[in-house]
Ligand binder design. Structure first.
Ligand code: MGP
Ligand code: SAH
Length: 478
């Protein structure tokens, strides 16, 4: 089965989650007939996404497409308002269809990834497997990660990049004007393939948009003024000062690390307010939309973030929980986390503790409501493994050992894990007869990582958390 990759934008990819409840009864293979649950997962996930982000997306895109809208509505008559209403409905339908398209691809990839994750543990290196396949000349059967890069680089489908991608013809269609007055030829939002290398392509084609700060909006290229369509202005080539702000270690190793620079606003929406990250944190920090979702799910009074790093999760926990205990073995990272938390105005809700969690857990008297683990996975090379063995490859110790330490402190435990983690091992962490819930976190159609939840206070389908358990308000525990 093929996987499909569609992206919206580097700075603001759409976030989809697919969740599934598992019971620790089976050791090998899918625990039940997954095929019967696909439809409900798809429906719930789409509703969750559209309720969470749909309205804002529609408004943002509308304001970019038709910046004059407000003024026009203020001055024109009832007929004009009806006209704009029809245009809005068209806009909503059009955008809804676009995002549904990306969502469907993400969902198809989810089905594929989930079934694959139940395979027996195979810790072989994908590159080695690929070498063998090349030698065997079975090129049609390449491993996923290679094919993914190829498709993504050559045919990025920038579904979220309007108004630049909405051509004049499309505007005419939306306005109900004859297409013959529009631009000649067909305009597709699928961009032309380029023959450059990944890094060259990023530098040349994303250079300008990379300049965009989280506050800045791209200048609209089209607009409607009193019923007339403005011609598309040629884009001005701007210098790219943001590349100067790039850390030196990233400049030195552009081919490997540059992609993280492009994602910086996806990691922290307030990146340009002075976020600090060290080398390891660039590839370890949890992207903000995912961290936000986890924080909604674990909302409680006191949470312990056992591997705080530069604060990607801790900051979001501080926004949904009463208090955050943030532990890390690296004092420099903790200092950066504190600084980053100040940028989000939550430093005073986080207690930063410089400690080795393995020593800290058995000795502390703290009893948080939830313990969250986002341990090191051994660097970006985790992706090369066909299956990530969470008992053998997580650092500093295996997942069961961490679970044991976590359960000393709280019943409710959550893990942030590699996307290729062995699902059987994840489920086994629940303990015999117990349940866990696993979220697959997608940014656009790319599976970024998994979040697993354990404990009666965190699992959604449990009736009601008992008093003293995790707070069930907001989206914490339904
Ligand atoms: P990634 O390796 O950057 O994959 O990890 P990506 O960007 O999907 O790679 P691509 O080549 O497919 O484009 C994705 C995410 O996993 C990161 O943004 C981090 O949130 C998380 N992550 C990655 N690593 C190596 C670690 C780690 O060691 N520990 C933790 N806690 N999270 C990690
Ligand atoms: N969730 C974080 C990233 C965590 S990366 C974020 O979103 O920013 C993993 C972190 O675990 C690193 O910061 C590393 O310093 C820390 N770490 C590694 N071993 C540790 C240990 N034994 N005790 C506490 N922290 C540890």
């Amino acid at each position: 089965m093929n996987t499909h990759y569609l992206t919206s934008s580097h700075t603001n990819p759409q976030f989809y989650i697919f969740t599934q409840l598992f019971e620790a009864r089976h050791t090998d293979g899918p625990p039940f007939d997954l095929s019967s649950t696909w439809t409900s997962i798809q429906e719930e996930s789409w509703l969750d996404f559209w309720q969470r982000e749909g309205h804002q997306l529609l408004e943002e895109k509308w304001n970019k497409r038709f910046p004059e809208f407000k003024e026009i509505v203020d001055v024109r008559d009832e007929a004009e308002k009806i006209y704009w209403q029809a245009l809005w409905e068209e806009h909503a339908k059009d955008l809804g269809a676009r995002f549904w398209h990306i969502f469907s691809c993400a969902f198809e990839n989810y089905q594929h990834e989930l079934l694959k994750s139940f395979g027996s543990i195979n810790t072989e290196d994908l590159e080695e497997i690929e070498q063998e396949l090349v030698q065997l000349d079975v090129s049609g059967n390449q491993p996923r990660y290679k094919r993914k890069k190829k498709i993504d680089v050559k045919e990025p489908y920038l579904a979220n990049d309007d108004p630049e991608d909405i051509e004049e013809e499309e505007q005419r269609r939306l306005l109900g004007l004859p297409a013959a007055f529009g631009a000649q030829g067909s305009h597709s939002i699928r961009r032309k393939p380029k023959a450059e290398s990944v890094v060259e392509q990023y530098f040349s084609s994303y250079g300008d948009s990379d300049n965009m700060t989280s506050e800045e909006e791209p200048e609209p290229l089209h607009g409607v003024q009193s019923g007339f369509i403005k011609k598309k202005k040629p884009k001005k080539k701007k210098p790219n000062p943001s590349v100067d702000q790039m850390p030196d270690f990233m400049k030195e190793n552009k081919s490997k690390l540059f992609k993280y620079w492009l994602k910086r606003f996806s990691l922290f929406s307030r990146f340009d307010m002075g976020i600090r990250l060290d080398r390891e944190s660039w590839f370890s920090v949890t992207p903000e939309k995912i961290a936000k979702q986890t924080a909604r799910r674990v909302a409680c009074d006191v949470i312990l973030d056992a591997f705080c790093g530069c604060g990607g999760n801790a900051i979001q926990f501080a926004l949904t929980c009463g208090r955050v205990i943030a532990v890390d073995i690296d004092a420099e990272k903790l200092a950066m986390a504190k600084h980053n938390a100040t940028i989000y105005g939550v430093a005073d809700k986080i207690e930063f503790i410089h400690a080795d969690f393995l020593q800290f857990a058995p000795s502390t008297r703290l009893r948080p409501d939830v313990v969250f683990f986002s341990p090191p996975w051994g660097g970006p090379s985790y992706q090369k493994l066909a299956t990530f063995d969470i008992e053998e490859s997580l650092l500093p110790v295996g997942a069961s050992h961490l679970m044991q330490l976590g359960r000393r402190l709280a019943d409710n435990v959550s893990f942030f894990l590699p996307r290729n983690a062995s699902m059987s091992q994840v489920i086994a962490l629940s303990g015999v007869g117990q349940q866990c819930e696993v979220e697959h976190n997608y940014l656009d159609t790319r599976l970024v990582a998994l979040t697993a939840y354990f404990g009666s206070g965190l699992i959604k389908t449990q009736p009601c958390a008992a008093e003293g358990d995790v707070n069930t308000s907001e989206n914490g525990v339904d």
